[in-house]
Design a protein around this ligand. Structure first.
Ligand SMILES: Cc1ncc(COP(=O)(O)O)c(C=O)c1O
Length: 370
C-alpha cells in the first residue's frame, strides 16, 4: 500500500467483530481468562491492549519497522529506549537535541552512570572521533530542534554498523511521511507523537519503532516492566490524528516554504533556519517540514511581535494544525544551561515558528502586522 493509503488502512483496520470502521476504545485494565493462563492474547492492559496495539502496529507499518510501542509521552518513549543501556555504557547524542532529551540524559540517566557526549553530528567526523570502547549507540535528531541542523542518517548508519552500535533517530520533526530512518539504516526510531503524528495539540504521547525481533522483545520487556504506556483513549485519538498525517504534512510544508520566502524579505529578520535553505538533505527528506527558526535583529522587535500576534499562539509544543510560536531559550530549551545555549546558537532573539495549516496569507499578515 502507498503511504496515503497506509495512514488510513495500516495497523489494525477497523473492528473485525462488528464491522465498525474505526478501532474501538478498549477501556479495560484486565481480561477474563477461561482457565488459568487460557486467554485470548490479552491478560492485563499494561502488557497489551487492543487499542494501543492498533496504534503500535500502525506506526511500525508507517516507519517500515518490525514492531512499534506507544508510550505516555515522547519523554517516556525516549527514557524507555535509554533503559536498553546499562551503567558504564556510552552514548553519542546530537548536540542541539530537544531540551528535555538533554535534561533527562544530563540530570537523570547520568545518575545511573550512563556516559554521554553531545556532539555536532551534522559533521560525521565528530561521531567517529567520539566512539570509545564502551560506546553502545548514536542518538540523533535530524533536523535538530531548534536550529535545524541536518545529519546524514545513511552515513551515520554505516559508522554504527561498522562499530556494532545502535542508531537511534528522533523523527518527531519529519514524521514517516517525510523521512523514514529505518529504511536508511537506523535501528530505532522514536517520536514525540504529541506533535505532528497526533497533529491537533490534544494529546501527549510517544512512539518507538524497532527494526528487529530481538530489539522488539527487549523494548516490550521495558515497556511492560516500567509501565509508561499510552492509555486506550489517547491511543485511539492518536490513530485518528495519524489518519490525516499525509495531507496535513503537505500543507505544513507548503505554508512553511512560503513563509520562509517572505521572512527572507523582511529587514527585521536575521538568520533563518529551515532545512530547505543552505545545505539540504534531499536524499533523505521528501520535503522540509513545517518548522522554521529565525533571528530577530533587535530584542525590541521580538517583544512587539510576540505581544501583537492574533492568529499565531505563543506556546510550547509544535506540529499541531494551529501555528505556534516560541522563544526556545526561555521556553522549550530553558533546561539547557545558558553557556551551552550560547555555544549552540540558541540566542535570546531566536524565535521558533511551528507553521500550522491555516491559510498562509493569514499567518503572514499576522507576522507582518505584529
Ligand atoms: C524533537 C522532540 N523530541 C521529544 C520531545 C518530547 O516529547 P513529549 O513532550 O511528548 O514528552 C519533544 C517535545 O517537544 C521534541 O520536540
Amino acid at each position: 500500500m502507498e503511504f496515503n493509503s497506509l495512514v488510513i488502512h495500516g495497523g489494525v483496520d477497523g473492528d473485525k467483530n462488528t464491522g465498525a470502521v474505526t478501532i474501538p476504545i478498549y477501556q479495560t485494565s484486565t481480561y477474563a481468562q477461561e482457565a488459568v493462563g487460557k486467554h485470548r492474547g490479552y491478560e492485563y492492559s499494561r502488557t497489551g491492549n487492543p487499542t494501543r496495539e492498533a496504534v503500535e502496529k500502525l506506526i511500525a507499518d508507517l516507519e517500515k519497522g518490525h514492531r512499534g510501542f506507544a508510550f505516555s509521552s515522547g519523554m517516556a518513549a525516549i527514557s524507555s529506549v535509554l533503559m536498553l543501556f546499562q551503567a558504564g555504557d556510552h552514548i553519542i547524542f546530537s548536540d542541539d537535541v530537544y531540551g528535555g532529551t538533554f535534561r533527562v540524559v544530563d540530570k537523570v540517566f547520568k545518575n545511573f552512570n550512563i556516559e554521554y557526549d553531545f556532539v555536532d553530528t551534522s559533521d560525521i567526523k565528530n561521531i567517529r572521533n567520539h566512539i570509545k570502547e564502551n560506546t553502545k549507540a548514536v542518538y540523533i535528531e535530524t533536523p535538530t530542534n531548534p536550529l535545524m541542523k541536518l545529519t546524514d542518517i545513511e552515513e551515520v548508519s554505516k559508522i554504527t554498523k561498522e562499530n556494532n552500535l545502535l542508531l537511534i533517530v528522533d523523527n518527531t520533526f519529519m514524521t514517516p511521511y517525510l523521512q523514514r530512518p529505518i529504511e536508511l539504516g537506523a535501528d530505532i526510531v522514536l517520536h514525540s507523537a504529541t506533535k505532528y503524528l497526533g497533529g491537533h495539540s490534544d494529546l501527549i504521547a510517544g512512539l518507538v519503532v524497532v527494526n528487529n525481533e530481538v530489539l522488539g522483545e527487549r523494548m516490550h520487556f521495558i515497556q511492560n516492566s516500567v509501565g509508561a504506556i499510552l492509555g486506550p483513549f489517547d491511543s485511539w485519538l492518536l490513530i485518528k490524528g495519524i489518519k490525516t498525517l499525509a495531507v496535513r504534512m503537505e500543507r505544513h510544508c507548503e505554508n512553511a516554504e512560503k513563509i520562509v520566502k517572505w521572512l527572507g524579505q523582511q529587514e527585521w529578520v536575521g538568520k533563518i533556519y529551515y532545512p530547505g535553505i543552505g545545505i539540504q538533505m534531499k536524499k533523505q527528506m521528501k520535503r522540509y517540514g513545517g518548522m522554521i527558526s529565525f533571528e530577530v535583529n533587535d530584542e525590541k522587535y521580538m517583544q512587539k511581535l510576540l505581544d501583537n500576534l492574533k492568529v499565531i499562539t505563543l506556546a510550547e509544543s509544535l506540529g499541531g494544525i494551529e501555528s505556534l510560536i516560541c522563544v526556545p531559550s526561555k521556553m522549550t530549551h530553558a533546561s539547557v544551561p545558558p553557556e551551552i545555549r550560547v555555544k549552540l546558537g540558541i540566542t535570546d532573539t531566536l524565535i521558533r515558528l511551528s507553521v500550522g495549516i491555516e491559510d498562509v496569507e493569514d499567518i503572514i499578515r499576522d507576522l507582518d502586522i505584529a
